[in-house]
Write a protein that binds this ligand. Structure first.
Ligand code: S3P
Length: 469
């Protein structure tokens, strides 16, 4: 039985062995795209309707933040949001802007506010209050904005003295981060001259795709070299946006979130003879690393790109389970699977051999230290884990032990270990799982259906206007 009690921090989630998986599901709307749709629609010059919007706590924080800046946003029904863009002419917020648990809200919003003549103070919950903001303070300061972190080690609250006189910059990202890239590009949109962000490792590109959708003039150059023969390698990606632009209002339909699908993909991949089809899921190549990793681990996968929802590929993933085998996840692949490492660590625990994850020190500054949290929980389930500063070596274990686990208020840790519980002897209980609602409202119900062997009934609507566009 799965329990999901109450609405307080007392809520816990219990899972146990699942029946054979043979079903088709849809997953909630993409979190990254939902945030960006509200933010860029707010900057636009008119009415934008966002369909299949993620009604999770993180995206609600973005909506509340924009409302506190005077943007009119209505939600006529769940999953539909209508934003009256104000061409970026925000009003002074009456008080602090609470970004909740959402790093994406705080970092992207800091880019937007840096370039507006507004004074603001961005706050967050205890987890967000421990996340580093120097990575946005640095480049936005170079552009001429004044940002100060009030917390220790450049952590929130974040005070922003914005200016409509920012100068465009050329900025080479010191860490592969779509949030930092997006913050700088969003500031560049309202700055003087051109702003270029250079990345040497590719991170998710939803902001750039949404710029195209909102008719924002920008350009992307990829530089490849073949100095490491025989393969050519990516040297850098340069994304440039012209300053002084107002996005053209347009409607946005959000695809399903592959990071939410990842939990069920692993549940199916690690169960021999199972079969799962995930429909209407975003298949942006900067996010599909999970498919490559599970493929290397032996799962049989068919990915079908069926259409393109306003610049974002959409389709289905059909996966068949096997006895998984270990792999190595490192280097340029890491940003593509950064949110999937907790659940891929569970896949590693169920695989034959030792999986090595390296170059992933960013995991230490997510909603919690995800390397420490994953290692501690896997050990409680009987798995051998060696921890490195930038990753882990996880040796697969034929039988996981049920355990009582902490998720440290991190939604992806909670969900990853609920899936581990499907493969464990006895019961696995994850405590304090209210955080799951930040990205996956309805997760507990779908889990209960997997355990019960029924086809999960919950499905999200197919994005409207899911046509080539
Ligand atoms: C996100 C980017 C990633 C990811 C986060 C969402 C985004 O963070 O971990 O969940 O929407 O831009 P970083 O860009 O900091 O790696």
């Amino acid at each position: 039985m799965t329990t999901h009690r109450g609405m307080s921090a007392e809520k816990s989630l219990t899972s146990r062995r699942a029946a054979r998986i043979d079903t088709e599901i849809s997953v909630p709307p993409d979190k990254s795209i939902s945030h960006r749709a509200v933010l860029i629609a707010s900057l636009s010059n008119g009415t934008c309707e966002i369909s299949n919007f993620l009604e999770g706590e993180d995206c609600r924080s973005t909506v509340a933040a924009m409302r506190s800046l005077g943007v009119k946003i209505e939600s006529p029904e769940p999953g539909r949001v209508v934003v009256q863009g104000c061409s970026g002419r925000f009003s002074q917020p009456a008080g602090d802007i609470d970004c909740g648990n959402s790093g994406t809200t705080m970092r992207l919003l800091s880019g937007i506010l840096a370039a507006r003549p507004i004074q603001s103070r961005l706050t967050g919950d205890p987890s967000l209050s421990k996340r580093p903001m120097r990575r946005v303070i640095g480049p936005l300061g170079l552009m001429g904005a004044r940002l100060t972190a009030e917390g220790e080690k450049s952590c929130p609250p974040l005070r922003i003295e914005g200016s409509s006189e920012l100068n465009g910059i050329e900025y080479r990202l010191p860490v592969a981060s779509a949030q930092v890239k997006s913050a700088v590009l969003l500031a560049g949109l309202a700055s003087k001259g051109e702003t270029t962000v250079i990345e040497t490792v590719r991170s998710r590109d939803h902001t750039e795709r949404m710029f195209d959708r909102f008719q924002i003039q920008s350009k992307r150059e990829e530089i490849w070299e073949n100095k490491n023969l025989p393969a050519r390698s990516l040297v850098e990606i340069r994304t440039t946006v012209q300053g002084g632009q107002v996005p053209e209002a347009v409607d946005v339909a959000v695809p399903g979130d592959i990071s939410s699908a990842a939990f069920w993909l692993v549940a199916a991949a690690a169960q021999p003879d199972s079969r799962l089809v995930v429909k209407n899921v975003g298949l942006n190549p900067t996010r599909t690393g999970i498919i490559d990793v599970l493929f290397r681990m032996g799962a049989r996968i068919r990915e079908v790109i069926e259409t393109n929802v306003q610049g974002e590929p959409l389709g289905s993933i059909d996966i068949k389970g096997v006895r998984l085998r270990a792999t190595t996840i490192q280097g340029a692949e890491i940003p593509n699977v950064i949110d999937e490492i907790p659940i891929l660590s569970v896949a590693a625990a169920l695989a034959e051999g030792t999986t090595v994850i390296r170059d992933a020190s960013e995991l230490r500054v997510k909603e919690t230290d995800r390397i420490a949290a994953v290692a501690a929980n896997l050990r409680l389930m009987g798995v051998t884990v060696e921890e490195f500063p930038d990753g882990m070596a996880i040796t697969g274990c034929p039988r996981l032990k049920g355990a009582t686990l902490q998720c440290h208020h991190d939604h992806r840790i909670a969900m990853a270990f609920a899936i581990a519980g499907l493969f464990a002897d006895g019961e696995t209980t994850i405590e304090n799982v209210a955080c799951v609602d930040t990205s996956y409202p309805g997760f507990a119900e779908t889990l209960a259906e997997f355990i019960g062997g029924g086809a999960p009934a919950r499905s999200t609507p197919v994005p409207v206007a899911a046509t080539a566009n």
